[in-house]
Design a protein. Sequence first.
Length: 284
Amino acid sequence: MLNPLHPLKNRLLAELARAEFHRLTPFLELISLAHHDVLYQADGKMVYAYFPVTATISIDYLLEDGGTSEISRIGNEGMLGVSLFMGGGRSVGRAAVQSAGYAYRLSSARLMEEFYRKGPLLRLLLRYTQARLIQVSQLAACNTHHTTKQRLCRYLLQMLDRSSSNEMVVTQEEIGAIIGVRREGVTDAARWLQQLGLISWRRGHVEIHSRTGLLEHVCECYDIVRHVTSNLLPELTPARATINSAWRTSGALPPFHFDADERHVAPSHEEDDNDGRQGELLFS
């Protein structure tokens, strides 16, 4: 069974060809991200690209009155750092952790070195960028034309797609900022979903009971984004992930270990055969 924190749990890393995968893995660093951690400030310099495996990251536009509006959200289907290879190298908004978990980070210099090889990674990242642009466009249309109930269903389904659990920690204020409504609107929509038995909600915590039920009430935006993403970045099935893991890592890389209480995951040097390289984080 594939380690839940394996790089192949990120769909972009899983799509890499063998050569690109082996070139990048010695430079991937597994880190723990807490809820509300800020990875980039608006217009901040981007030092790293992030590839989530269990965390979810939100890119927010900051308003003059102190409010926020979500531009896009990134989970294990993608990466944070598109601006690095699209020019500028600065964040278009504030990037903050929406759901705590783990991600791999890669220095911007190493990512660009691989990008300028003009090989499979360049084409993969451009496909992902197209998917992100469609996601942002559809989000804008959804927040303009669809009801709060539909938008809440879309948000919950998208979070469910990026999570291994049917529970999530999030406040109604945070969801209101994401789907573009006041907190009272989220409260009413959440109460309606609870009455239908689709979710249960207590302060700062929501549990989803029926994915099928949410699908019956969501707008078309959810399926559009999911369909486009699947076309550009095919789904990674468990069987395919296991096969990819075998041919990419067979006998090539030493194991890693981590302490659940540590924010930074340390490499294991008990069987270190990585030619004396220090500070590299590898995986089993």
